[in-house]
Structure formats: C-alpha cells, structure tokens
Design a protein around this ligand. Structure first.
Ligand SMILES: *Cc1c(COP(=O)(O)O)cnc(C)c1O
Length: 232
C-alpha cells in the first residue's frame, strides 16, 4: 500500500508534467487547438494503468493485440478508451475486431485495409482507424508514402465501407536532428490538410521525445509512454 501511494504520487507528477507541456505547446498553435493524450501502457503493468486511470486518464494505447486483449480483460470494470497503436499482423485481425478498440492507429497499407474490411463485413461491424503515413520514407517503418497517401485514403473510404477512417498517424523521423523530425511532422500535417474528407479529424503524431514539436506542427493526438511510466 505504501508502495502504491508512492507510485501514484510519482505518476501524478509525471502526468501533470506531460499535460503542462501539451498545454504550452497547443497554446502556441491556438487556444482552440485541442490535443488528446493517449497514454501508451505497453512498457508497464495493469497496476500502473489502474493508478493512472484514478488520476483521470481515460485513453490508453497498446502495441500488441495479445497484450491489449489481456489488459482489456483484467481491467474490464474500468471504462477505458483503448487504442491499438502497433503494427497489425493479418493473423490478428479477427482477434482485434472482437476487442472493439476505440481506434486503430496503424492501418499501414491498402492491402491491410482490404483484409480488415472483409473481416469486418463478415462480422457485420465497423472499426475506426487512422491511415499510417511513413512521413520520412524510412525503410524500417510501416506506412504509406506521402505521395500516395491522399489517393490511398480516398480509395479506402470508397471501397472499405466498414472502416471509418478518421485521419492520419505517423511516427516522427528517427533522427537526432530536430529539423529533420520537424520536417517529417510538417509533411504529415501537410498531407492531413490535403485529405479531401470531412471525416479526417485526427492527426496522431508525437511520442515522449518529440510530442511538443509534433503539436506545434499540428498534431492533435499524442501517444506518450515512457515519459509517464518509466520508473524513477
Ligand atoms: C511505443 C510507442 C509510442 C510511445 O513511445 P514513447 O517514446 O515511450 O512515448 C508511441 N507510438 C507508437 C506507435 C509506439 O509504438
């Protein structure tokens, strides 16, 4: 119990710090620029998730379907908004559909969209999703390229009627050069702004190391893990 008290205090300080940073960055954009925080819990345990929930956090992100499933079950009494943020393997599609996540951030190809849509049709259900953009065109990263993104987005909207596309997700360039990371966020925002769709409302970018920069470049959803959960 003493440990839990100490941990909740630690998490409270971390969460307040992250929220203060988000607040400062979003106000640089506009008083009307609202940013949602998704707490990425993949590095931590269910106890921490429960404590952060007590502190008021409602949206949590996981990167693996199996882990998401286990945690949804263990924490089923809490009204958590669960996000799936990691790469989705085709053989996990059915499992993910059963879990009914609030949002899938990592729809990374037309092929995956078509496979997901088919399963959703079979089960007569829908899923909200973001198209993942590989904004810096890195070989190590998933996602569609910036030049094709608008076309693929339109194609999914047209032909995958059981997927409710809500915008874009991208991971900042893997670099120590802030300018390069900034360029990758600006690229994502530029593509986001050219999506010719009223449903495109979410631009998910920014992690522990770069979320303030991402917000200044137009992100309205940040996915923060280690800055909240890493043990001191
Ligand atoms: C792990 C992960 C995050 C969070 O990363 P941190 O640097 O710990 O904040 C965000 N987005 C995705 C897609 C991730 O896999």
């Amino acid at each position: 119990m003493a440990d839990e008290n100490m941990r909740i205090q630690e998490l409270s300080v971390r969460l307040d710090e992250v929220i203060a940073k988000i607040e400062k960055a979003r106000l640089k954009v506009s008083a009307h620029h609202i940013v949602q925080l998704v707490a990425v819990s993949k590095y931590t345990d269910e106890t921490d998730i429960g404590l952060l929930f007590e502190l008021g956090q409602r949206a949590f992100g996981e990167s693996q379907v199996q882990q998401l499933s286990t945690r949804m079950q263990k924490l089923e009494e809490l009204p958590i908004e669960w996000h799936m943020i990691g790469r989705l393997q085709k053989n996990k599609i059915n499992k993910l559909i059963e879990l009914r996540p609030a949002l899938l951030h990592s729809l990374d190809s037309l092929e995956l969209a078509e496979a997901l849509n088919k399963r959703l049709e079979n089960k007569n259900t829908k899923m909200r999703a973001l198209l993942q953009l590989n904004s810096a065109k890195e070989a190590s990263k998933a996602g569609v390229s910036p030049d094709e993104a608008a076309d693929i987005y339109a194609q999914i909207e047209e032909s995958c009627r059981n997927i409710e596309l809500c915008g874009l997700m991208s991971i900042g360039a893997h670099s120590d050069d802030r300018e390069e990371i900034k360029r990758s966020f600006e690229m994502t925002r530029k593509v986001f702004d050219t999506l010719n769709s009223p449903s495109a409302s979410i631009c998910s970018m920014g992690m522990s190391g770069d979320f303030e920069l991402a917000i200044e470049c137009g992100s309205n959803m940040v996915r923060v893990g280690s800055m909240i959960f890493t043990k001191a």
